[in-house]
Write a new protein. Structure first.
Length: 79
């Protein structure tokens, strides 16, 4: 096996050490399992793909695309 060295913040190192003690396993084994789980995940979907059938649902309605209703879209309004 190849060795990998990485730096982690103190809180994560403490959590990993505690978790290893709880499970009676090595820290390396826990990290290997986490990396394998991440590798097996499908790629993240785009926001459009996640919204699925909601995208374009209101397109073409009288109020959805009127310039008056789109004014200020995306701007941050503070109260």
């Amino acid at each position: 096996m190849q060795t990998l060295t990485l730096k982690v913040p103190p809180d994560l190192a403490a959590w990993l050490a505690q978790r290893a003690r709880q499970l009676n396993r090595s820290k390396s084994e826990i990290v290997r399992e986490a990396l394998n789980a991440q590798r097996g995940r499908p790629r993240r979907e785009s926001v459009t793909a996640r919204a699925g059938d909601l995208v374009g649902k209101y397109a073409g309605t009288r109020v959805s695309s009127h310039k008056r209703n789109l004014r200020g879209l995306g701007s941050c309004k503070r109260s």
